[in-house]
Design a protein around this ligand. Structure first.
Ligand code: F6P
Length: 322
């Protein structure tokens, strides 16, 4: 390995900068030249390569977002786009690539590997935590802390007015933000895409649990099959008109903010491990942290969707939310 490239792809997530910094500094330590590719796969296609040195990543470990910018590239999913990307990697004499991204980014890398021999190693960067082969993706811890902080505030006002709040959180395909943040805020119910939402059951529980607490918070993952927080709130209001209901969509605040300490440490470890994996000849693997240890998971396994949520956690959620 004489020269490697690093880029971020898909939705940004807090901790991506810490990971970029680790990749750059580890490469420099091993006398490997390192370049950044701006705007994800689009930048690879449009030849947006920039050289990086130790100074270019100074004071970014604490910053959310990504200094390399990011994009969800449509062009990379065309043969023509991938041809241009491969030609640019060859033009810049790139021997290996670190891609920091999620599901779509690794699927892209996998498809590319059939056409371009340059090895790719991935670091899991997504707030959704929906990749197999790591306990925590880069961004997840910060996102759930953001949700917890916001919902704590909503709880204050909900409690003062005896209100029922439906709070919608991110997670188009995965409910892991809703699940963990929901446990953290003591939500009365958590609705997620992985489980079939039974509105009748929710209404029954809200009816019988009415006297237990004056405020109620229902966390709804955006991909939940019942149609989103507004739709669910409307249905509940129709059946239980005595509830004073409100809806809050937390939206993109969940993707920003300074990464937590845990995020910075995990992202640094993964970026460091990604460069060493390329040096060892690894390709098409995602770096993860499982039980505190660095692990490698082939891209094709990492992107298989998590369908089953931890049954122990699910059981606990039901008991504690009563
Ligand atoms: O993939 C991460 C994610 O945050 C999802 O949870 C969410 O549905 C999506 O990105 C929204 O992304 P964007 O607004 O960038 O299209």
């Amino acid at each position: 390995m004489k020269k490697i490239a690093v880029f971020t792809s898909g939705g940004d997530s807090p901790g991506m900068n810490a990971c970029i910094r680790a990749v750059v500094r580890t490469a420099i330590y091993h006398n490997i030249e390192v370049v950044g590719i701006m705007h994800g796969y689009d930048g690879m296609i449009n030849d947006e390569f920039i050289s990086l040195d130790a100074k270019s990543v100074a004071n970014i470990i604490n910053r959310g977002g990504t200094i390399l910018k990011t994009a969800r590239s449509k062009e990379f999913f065309t043969v023509e786009g991938r041809k241009k990307a491969a030609a640019n990697l060859q033009k810049h004499k790139i021997d290996g690539v670190v891609v920091i991204g999620g599901d779509g980014s690794f699927k892209g890398a996998l498809q590319f590997s059939a056409e371009c021999p340059i090895p790719f190693v991935g670091c899991p960067g997504t707030i959704d935590n929906d990749l197999i082969g790591t306990d925590f993706t880069i961004g997840y811890d910060t996102a759930i802390n953001t949700v917890v902080e916001a919902v704590d505030k909503i709880r204050d006002t909900a409690e003062s007015h005896d209100r029922l709040f439906f709070v919608e959180v991110m997670g188009r395909d995965a409910g892991l933000i809703a699940l963990r943040a929901g446990i953290g805020v003591g939500a009365e119910a958590i609705l997620m895409p992985e489980t079939k939402t039974d509105l009748e059951d929710l209404i029954k529980r809200l009816e019988s649990g009415r006297k237990n607490k004056s405020s109620k918070i229902i966390l709804v993952a955006e991909g939940d099959d019942a149609g989103g927080a507004f739709v669910i709130a409307e249905q509940v209001k129709k059946r239980l008109p005595f509830y004073d209901t409100r809806v809050t969509i937390l939206g993109h605040i969940q993707r920003g903010g300074n990464p937590t300490a845990m995020e910075r440490v995990n992202a640094s470890r993964m970026g460091f491990a990604a460069v060493e994996a390329l040096m060892k000849g690894e390709k098409n693997v995602m770096i993860g942290i499982v039980d505190k240890q660095i692990s490698y998971t082939p891209f094709e396994n990492a992107v298989k969707h998590i369908q089953e949520l931890n049954p122990d956690l699910m059981r606990m959620v039901n008991i504690l939310s009563l």
